[in-house]
Design a protein around this ligand. Sequence first.
Ligand code: J2J
Length: 539
Amino acid sequence: MIPLRQEWPPEFAARYRAAGYWRGETFPAFLRQRAAERPGAVAVVGGDRRWTYAELHERAERAAAGFLALGLRPGDRVVVQLGNIPEFFSAVFGLFRAGLVPVYALPAHRLTEIAHFVAKSEAAAYLAAERGTDGFDYRTLARGLRAASPGLRHVIIVGDAAEFTGFDALDGCRAALPGDPDPASVAFLQISGGTTGLSKLIPRTHDDYIYSFRASNEICGVTGDSVFLCALPAAHNFPMSSPGHMGALYAGARVVLSPVPSPDAAFPLIERERVTISGLVPPLALLWAQAAATAKHDISSLKVLLVGGAKLTPEAARRVVAALPCTLQQVFGMAEGLVNYTRLNDPEEVILETQGRPISPDDEVLIVDDMGEPVPEGEPGYLLARGPYTIRGYHNDEAANARSFTPDGFYRTGDIVRRTPGGNLVVQGRAGDHINRAGEKISAEEVEDHLLAHPNVFDAAVVSIPDEFLGERICAFVIPQGDRPRAVALKAWMRTRGIADFKVPDQVVLVDGFETTAAGKISRKELRARLRARLLAEE
Ligand code: J2J
């Protein structure tokens, strides 16, 4: 098994420890501590279930024993695909406690993606819920996975497990639990947005990740009295750590789970639980703003709404601020590390017009040109980042590491930003060819590869098109061969490919050929840019 590593050069690690960022804390230790300090306080609310810190801790301990009794061994990776249900927390804290490593998949992922995560992480187990909020049966996916992933030893299901191991059945098993993990070790693997090809795996350590949400708590005003509404999928890095449910649990606050992020699900929960803080992607923030005007529920307890994952335009930000009774906090982050926030007491124009500034005094941010040279202050350029919670490499992917990191360890974010005189970042675009569809990042290349598998597709180029609601939508240009496929049929066929629905093109445009220059071939990047420009000119 390829070892999990995330290492900073010793002089950096020493600096981050000396500065008090890395304090040797771990996930199991902080949950144990909170359970001892405030056993009766409610930690997690999901549906009509309310778990106190003592109960969550106890459930995690029992789950940990169950995982080990099953034969999993510390260091084993477990792909976790759970929606916003309390078991998300008993499962992942149980895994942490047993020294197992969660690999976070989103509920929208399907067999193709899950099989990729299993293969890339060499996972020993897959843990999912019986069904999702959309009715999807993950046991069907698990059956496919068994066939596709011979190395997978266990399937664990929350709910009716059919032929698989029931998560509840693990309760009551006995096994000796290991000591707490090394704080510098990899706690879990997060999933990258995937600018080229398939998603990469992001190893995050206890030390670095806990620092990122502990510091986020301070910036976002999260304390033991806060109530965090997790409306986005719990496995996503934003609602997990900025400051997210993990920040809230670290603070001893209450996490309220909304099964879906729509206002009709979220507003009643805000009223009932007196929610103080939540986080949304821009299209949902606009939806909440719109719904607030006619809302029957009292959402006045909400103090802070974080919006990020995709660019919130100043006009959209104004609408959110006007309609919702709370402070808007823009957040520009990435699962690889660097997170920027506008501060709660920033002047309004900073909150409306920028995506904030880094968490840490030791976040090193460079804005460079094509040659890697710093651009003049205030000019747009490529954002590079290095710091106490930004990774130095992906798991098991040397080609991506060579591409995505500079020789001196800066992560190439792929984002194009400029810095304001006040030191805030404004996101202006990006270098890579991915589509940011309502905060979900989709690799153009990955979608093209799927289209090319269709017998009647000769070639395909996938681009992002600005979209009023989604921010961007996916448009596929397709050169047919043989029987000319219909756009709807191609989309329907894409849905059979075992991929997340958000990757299916919103629009398919059939073309006779791709224009190439007299000089011959042009790059994919250039081709995509031209096709996008042509379509926009026609609209
Ligand atoms: C423009 N683009 C943004 C923003 C992210 C907090 C918040 C978000 C994420 C996230 C996260 C943006 N304006 N406000 O992990 O902890 C785009 C950028 C970035 C990419 C990262 C967090 N906020 N983006 O969205 O790993 O292109 O993380 O590089 O999913 O989202 O995507 P992801």
